[in-house]
Design a protein around this ligand. Sequence first.
Ligand code: FEO
Length: 387
Amino acid sequence: MDYTADKTVYIGVNDHQVDLFEGLYIVPGGMAYNSYVILDEKIAVMDTVEAHFGDEWLGKLEAALAGRTPDYLVVQHMEPDHSANIGRFMEKYPQAQVVASAPAFKMMAAYFGTDYADRRVAVKDGDRLELGSHSLRFFTAPFVHWPEVVMTYDEGSKVLFSADAFGKFGALDYDDPEGWACEARRYYFGIVGKFGKQVQDLLKKITDSGIEIAAICPLHGPVLSEDLGYYLDTYNTWSSYGVESEGVCICYTTVYGHTREAAEYLAAALEAKGVKVALNDLARCDVPEAVEDAFRYGKLVLATTTYNGGMFPVMKRFIDDLTERNYQNRTLAFIENGSWGPMAAKKMAAEFEACKDITYAADPITIKGAMTDTNKAQLDALAGALA
Ligand code: FEO
């Protein structure tokens, strides 16, 4: 399927102005807000774009329409990066109807002061919208990643419009040297990671429906039209909290460098055994990168300082990032540092108590200031256990 062919046209925009996507995530490659228009006997526009890009988007839409007028605006997701221009669209095309789930109309009322009561088509799971040779079938996808989300399968072109699912950070005119997976993983675990069960339910619904997918058109990132099994399998691994890659993620905090020395000693010992290591200084790295590493690998070592009778603050925040996202099914180990009253390992263990299927590779290693030869022997043993 050529998604730029005459029937389905890409009318999305690239954002290189955004400093933090969703107010939280750095996006060095910018961000794409995708939108599409399906041209048939009837015309459906798939979602709008972020507020700052209304003029550009409406201009692209007008060019794609070539003098025609749209019949429907399909709103798959109400988060403002996609919904902000609903009002401008509805004003410009007063004959058009807006198609969305019932919860989406409640959100429209909340955001825009109107739920378009006289211009709306409310859809639920399995409903269809006929455009001509294109027949749109809706799949509700609650919490992928908001509760109102619907995805849309076009039976004419075999395209799945997947809302946020399968999206990634990065504008479409940014040539990402790491391909799809790295920024798709950071996006998934940062933004959707908490909702693994809901993503699993969606994948099952898609599989059970028996639909044949020729291309996936997400709301962010590139259209996916080749090797779709890879993307579906990867989403299955991520949403089931499976282990994607062999290796060990080590995340540490350090005050005067001693805990870093221990983390680096362990990393070197693992690498000497041929183990892939992802090493992150939580106070200095992009924490969402560390979060994706923690979910990517099956083994996680946390090394931190005792601080105010607990653990170093950025370690506490990082563990919250994991447990909020239902961290599970992993092997852990702790290294704590404390000059007089080490408490960090006990505090870290308490944070993971409610997580499912957590095992420990070894007892916590305690450093009192600088590493001793005994600590080095413990770290060597830990490397052996993790390898
Ligand atoms: Fe891309 Fe959940 O909005």
